[in-house]
Design a protein around this ligand. Structure first.
Ligand SMILES: C[S@@+](CC[C@H](N)C(=O)[O-])C[C@H]1O[C@@H](n2cnc3c(N)ncnc32)[C@H](O)[C@@H]1O
Length: 324
C-alpha cells in the first residue's frame, strides 16, 4: 500500500466529511475513499480503481466540497495540480493532499500555504497530509504561476509537445535518441511501440522507415498519449494500455525503451514484463529493438523467452539490443 495514500485516507477520516461528494485526483483504491469520483492518468492504477468499484472520470469537472489530491513526482506536476484542485473546489470546500516526506512534503506544504492558509496537517507513515480551504479567494499570483505550469509546451529546439509529469518532459531521452540512431530503415509492416511516452520513437520510425504501414503506440500515461497524438502524424494508432497485460495483436517489429520504475522505486520486473509481452506479440521472424540502461540484465531474460539478443551499441550508459 502506498504510504502517502494511507496518510491521505487518515487525514480524510479525521477531518473530512464522509457524506459530502468527493473528487480524487491521482486516485488509488482505498476502502475509505471508494465513494470518490476518481481521476487517474496511469492505466494500471486506473484499472485498480475501477476494479475496486470507484467511478472514474477522464476529465474532472464541476465544483466539489472535497478534493483529494495524491500527486506524482515532478515539481511542476504537483504545483499545476494545486491549481487544478482549486478550480474544482466549491466555495467553502476543502483540498487535502498528501506526499512522502522524501518527496518534499514540507516544501510543498509551504508552497500551498502561499495561496491559502493551512487548515491542518497530519504526519504519519513518513508522509504528510495537509489541507487548505476555499472560504476566501486564493492568492491570484500563485494560482496564475501554477496554472501556467500545466500548459502544454515544446521541448526546447524541437516541435515536440509535452506536459509536466510525463516521462522525459523537458528533453528527448538520451537512451531513446540512441535507439533512434540504430533503427534500421528497412523496418516494414506493422510496428508496435511499447511504453511510447509522448511519441518520440514512433515519430522517428515513421520518418525513417518508409515501408512501415502502421504503428501502434501503447502507453499507460493518458497525458503522454495525448501529447503523442500531436507529435506523431501518419499511420499511427494510440492505445491507453497496460503493456504488462499483453497486446491485442501481433507485429512485424516492436520498439521499446522499457520503464524500470514503479512510482519512486526501481522495478526491473516491469521492464522484463515488457519484454515478455514483446516476445509473445512478435510475428514469426519479427524483431524487437530495445534500449536500456547498461546495467539492466535483459539479455538473459530475452534468451529465456526464446529470442536471440544481439548488442548493437553500448555508449553513454545505454545499450541498444536487437532480438529476433
Ligand atoms: C523509459 S519511458 C520511454 C518513453 C518513450 N518511448 C520515449 O522514448 O520517450 C517508458 C514509458 O513506459 C510507460 N509505462 C510505464 N508502465 C507502463 C505500462 N505498464 N504499460 C504501458 N506503458 C507503461 C511510461 O509512462 C513511460 O512513458
Amino acid at each position: 500500500m502506498n504510504p502517502a495514500l494511507e496518510t491521505l485516507a487518515l487525514a480524510f477520516r479525521e477531518h473530512g466529511d464522509p457524506a459530502a461528494p468527493l473528487i480524487f485526483l491521482g486516485a488509488e483504491p482505498h476502502l475509505d475513499l471508494i465513494s470518490a469520483t476518481a481521476w487517474q492518468p496511469l492505466k494500471p492504477l486506473a484499472d485498480q480503481c475501477t476494479a475496486a468499484g470507484m467511478t472514474m472520470t477522464d476529465e474532472p469537472q464541476g465544483k466539489h466540497p472535497t478534493v483529494l489530491f495524491l500527486p506524482g513526482k515532478s515539481k511542476e506536476e504537483i504545483l499545476a495540480g494545486f491549481a487544478r484542485a482549486h478550480d474544482l473546489l466549491a466555495p467553502g470546500g476543502i483540498l487535502i493532499t498528501s506526499l512522502a516526506n522524501t518527496a518534499g512534503a514540507a516544501r510543498f506544504e509551504k508552497e500551498l500555504s502561499k495561496a491559502a492558509p493551512l487548515l491542518f496537517s497530519v504526519s504519519k507513515n513518513k508522509c504528510r497530509a495537509f489541507a487548505v480551504g476555499n472560504t476566501q479567494p486564493w492568492d491570484a499570483s500563485a494560482l496564475a504561476a501554477w496554472r501556467e505550469l500545466s500548459e502544454p509546451r515544446l521541448i526546447p529546439g524541437t516541435d515536440f509537445t509535452v506536459v509536466p509529469g510525463v516521462f522525459s518532459a523537458d528533453h528527448i531521452d538520451p537512451g531513446s535518441a540512441l535507439l533512434a540512431q540504430y533503427l534500421p530503415p528497412a523496418l516494414r509492416g506493422e510496428v508496435a511501440d511499447l511504453g511510447a511516452g509522448w511519441g518520440f520513437l514512433s515519430h522517428v520510425a515513421l520518418g525513417k522507415c518508409p515501408r512501415v504501414t502502421r504503428i501502434d503506440l501503447f502507453e499507460a500515461d493518458s497525458r503522454a498519449l495525448a501529447c503523442a497524438r500531436k507529435n506523431v502524424t501518419g499511420p499511427a494508432e494510440f492505445h491507453w494500455h497496460d503493456v504488462t497485460a499483453g497486446l491485442p495483436g501481433k507485429y512485424d517489429h516492436i520498439l521499446t525503451n522499457p520503464p524500470f520504475h514503479t512510482g519512486q522505486s526501481r522495478d526491473i520486473g516491469l521492464g522484463q514484463a515488457f519484454l515478455t509481452t514483446a516476445a509473445k506479440s512478435l510475428k514469426r521472424g519479427g524483431s524487437l529493438h530495445l534500449v536500456a540502461n547498461r546495467q539492466l540484465p535483459y539479455e538473459a531474460h530475452l534468451e529465456s523467452l526464446g529470442l536471440r539478443p544481439r548488442l548493437l551499441a553500448e555508449t553513454g550508459g545505454f545499450k541498444v539490443i536487437t532480438a529476433v
